[in-house]
Design a protein around this ligand. Structure first.
Ligand SMILES: [Mg+2]
Length: 315
């Protein structure tokens, strides 16, 4: 474990350093609070053992500074105050400043070891909790079958990009995709093949989009690509490349025949002063997709406002 020890006096500092090194820890040493704070920021320290009385930033102040710095952290450091102070008032003050534990000076080897073990235990629990939280977060934002972002995650990221593109006065492009006659695939060849088609199609998108673009599974066999900075022509180019890739996919079936699929694409881009809001933009891409379906599938259609005369909606 990486441990930061802080003490303004050389002898106790050396004794502690030697002891911790003997136990196999990686030890960082600071002579005062300011130096400690600097090391703490630089070195991703998880445990701090600090003297109380020091010139400048003292132990409790150092604790408070560390806690302030890691206010948003889900895995805060474990801090032990090492001090000759031992009144209840001192203890309360030290804990209030953010310390996790106390050891009185000069330290007893066994006591130090026990308290560090306790600290390590808490750190491991914190790390485990954080890992679980990140895992749950990832699961909540990921489509299990394709490993693409799900609709909720897409919306979150797209909202950020909508703001960014608006600020930078750049377009925000969308491509809405629907695999043609996908229900037939499921009905005729079974869900295992249907799932495989969805997975392989997803890979086509991932292989085709440009750096900075991203794709999500919008619904059953529906996908959405967001293209920050792309005008509608660039969107159509990406869509056309995806369309070709998907049409080239081959799925060998058990009876020896080979299945291929196609997809339809609708593109739209928000540009200029009167640019569409995010959901409006998604709706425009969806309308263009409807036009692609309506004119025979396996093609890319561009959203053109003047062509949007009737209230079309795909169902
Ligand atoms: Mg001191």
């Amino acid at each position: 474990m990486k441990i930061l020890i802080v003490d303004d006096e050389m002898v106790p500092r050396r004794v502690l350093e030697k002891q911790l090194s003997n136990w196999g820890h990686e030890v960082l040493v600071a002579k005062d609070g300011a130096e400690a704070l600097h090391l703490f920021h630089d070195q991703q320290v998880k445990m701090v053992i600090t003297d109380w009385v020091m010139p400048g930033l003292d132990g409790p102040q150092l604790c408070a500074e560390i806690r302030k710095a890691e206010a948003d952290s889900d895995n805060p450091a474990f801090i032990i105050l090492l001090t000759s102070k031992n009144s209840s008032e001192d203890l309360a003050h030290g804990m209030e400043s953010g310390a996790n534990d106390f050891i009185t000076k000069p330290f007893e080897r066994l006591e130090l070891q026990a308290r560090m073990r306790n600290g390590d235990c808490i750190l491991q629990l914190q790390a485990e909790l954080l890992r679980k939280k990140e895992e749950a977060d990832h699961l909540a934002r990921t489509d299990a079958l394709t490993q693409l972002m799900n609709r909720r995650a897409m919306l979150d990221v797209m909202r950020l990009d909508e703001d960014r593109m608006r600020r930078e006065r750049r377009p925000l492009g969308m491509v809405m995709i629907d695999i043609d006659k996908f229900k037939n695939v499921n009905d005729t060849y079974g869900h295992a093949i249907g799932d495989l088609v969805l997975q392989e199609t997803s890979k086509c998108f991932a292989q085709t989009i440009r750096g900075g673009d991203y794709v999500g599974r919008w619904g059953g066999e529906e996908f959405l690509i967001a293209l920050p900075g792309a005008d509608i022509i660039q969107c159509a180019e990406v869509a056309e490349r995806c369309r070709n890739r998907i049409a080239a996919l081959r799925f060998p079936l058990q009876d020896g025949s080979v299945l291929s699929v196609t997809a339809s694409f609708g593109t739209a881009s928000a540009e200029g002063v009167d640019r569409a809001e995010l959901l409006e933009l998604v709706n425009q891409a969806d309308k263009a997709l409807y036009w692609a379906k309506d004119s025979g599938r396996n093609r890319v259609k561009i959203y053109v406002a003047s062509a949007d005369t009737e209230n079309t909606s795909r169902s």
